[in-house]
Design a protein around this ligand. Sequence first.
Ligand code: NAD
Ligand code: LMR
Length: 356
Amino acid sequence: MPHSTNGDIKITVVGAGGGIGQSLSLLIKTQLTRELPNHRQALLALYDVNDDAVRGVAADLSHIDTAVTVVGYEKDKIGEALGGADIVLVPAGVPRKPGMAREDLLVINAKIVRGIGSSIAQYCDLNKVFILLISNPINSLVPVLVKELESKSGNIRAERRVLGITKLDSVRASAFLHDAAVEHGLKPKSNTLEDVTVVGGHSGETIVPIFSQTACCDALPRDALEALIHRVQFGGDEVVKAKNGAGSATLCMAHAAYTVATSFIPLLTGQKRSITGTFYIALRDAQGQPINNSAKRLLGMINDLSYFAVPVEITSQGVGEVDTSVVERMTKYERERLLAPCLGKLGGSIKNGLSL
Ligand code: NAD
Ligand code: LMR
């Protein structure tokens, strides 16, 4: 079983033959060596249930002149694809078509994610691997995956290895804030766009962008700010509509997932003891207890919901302390008009995932 031996970094993409999987794998193959210390090598393992797709993508990518080694694994080789992985990225599953909500994908994608979770429990080291879930609906599927890992692995800290990727929402928030600032004559000071923290979940009103904590927010008129918030919450619909039945966002998602995956490199190569990022995570362990004191504090601010996207510290032990300060510093408007509806809807999505 090919492991990430000799201190190499092994990244496995599950669903590598799909729209996100292909673009994400291209970014990893072409860009990852820039992020790695000179003496470290990277292995990119591609897995998909579509044998032709994974074979084709692996052959195609392996002709690119970078030092990232690419190996494709067909349907019955999932153990080899997952064995020894440091990061497992999961963009496997069905995307939306116009007229569908992400929640309409729950039953079909839960089956897929549960199967993948069961294989991860069997073949990955749950004291080491980070599982970055992309498949929708994230709000319900992270609970599904955590439950599956806990029941199949018996690892009592499995929930700390699962991170739902909500990065696309902050990517969109930065891009759309920049557009709005330019439109309102606020000249950007540099080509570096401003970061926007987005908490909650990843679907409609559960997406809570915190624009009040950005520099140019106060200079925007109230109606522009409200339009901006709406655009971030429903940005996915723009792409689904534009693709007109050919799927949902793939390229911006691949960019978001690549950014997230590379943020782990300093941790995996021992250059840093911890990193931070915003992820949709479990705040309680398998026994229902808060995973730590900061999670307990956050639970008190979010109606006790067991899953939430929030800035969090990640160490080799998995999810660590959550940063409650962004929620604490939300304005009255953000708390009442954004956080309150988010909590109502997110509670239902979590329940739906756990009830399957
Ligand atoms: P796609 O249909 O292009 O690709 C999905 C791939 O998954 C296919 O190649 C398929 O063969 C593969 N697959 C299916 N079952 C599998 C299994 N059991 N194991 C391995 N591979 C399997 O879809 P896409 O556009 O790449 O989107 C994938 C998922 O990502 C969708 O659920 C979509 O809603 C979601 N998504 C999430 C975000 C986010 O922000 N988190 C953003 C965009 C899309
Ligand atoms: C997105 O936000 O673009 C994704 O979640 C895909 C979707 O279904 O909108």
